[in-house]
Design a protein around this ligand. Structure first.
Ligand code: HEC
Length: 123
């Protein structure tokens, strides 16, 4: 009787471990992506878009403004960051990958995550 009780406890413990492991892995991954996105943004994008996301040079959109660029889908932002972008009538274009050819597709995804987290949630 004693023995089977112990077994039940062990099984319960294992179950908890199995359930908790993917959760921990997931949040660590999300945190890593966000940190990578922040670093990549500061290195490749902030020179034009500013650390505050408001834009440090004329012609750059303010990421903090509702209804601006961040209202577009991840897919559209991804394409525009990857390939560059010029809106009709704009006098300055967004260079492909912000001019940093070393930026990977994962970096771009991480940057979009960072943009939404840092600027997209402003009231
Ligand atoms: C040389 C300056 C410059 C750099 C560097 C730069 N951008 Fe831009 N970006 C612009 C300009 C200018 C626009 C507006 C273009 C327009 O509206 O015609 C723009 C627009 C954008 C948009 C809006 C696109 C849309 O669909 O509305 C996003 C998102 C963006 N940039 C992200 C980034 C990211 C991410 C990086 C870094 C990898 C970056 N930019 C680096 C100048 C820059």
């Amino acid at each position: 009787m004693k023995n089977s009780c112990k077994t039940a406890k062990t099984v319960g413990c294992l179950c908890l471990l199995i359930l908790a492991a993917p959760l921990a892995a997931f949040s660590a991954e999300a945190g890593e992506s966000l940190e990578n996105g922040r670093a990549a943004y500061e290195m490749s994008c902030a020179v034009c878009h500013g650390a505050s996301g408001k834009g440090d040079i004329p012609g750059v959109p303010d990421f903090n403004k509702k209804g601006n660029s961040l209202s577009k889908s991840d897919q559209e932002l991804f394409q525009n960051i990857l390939n560059g972008y010029q809106s009709p009538g704009s006098f300055m274009e967004m260079p492909p990958k912000g001019g940093n050819q070393d930026l990977s597709e994962q970096d771009i995804r991480d940057i979009i995550l960072y943009l939404r987290e840092e600027f997209g949630k402003k009231p």
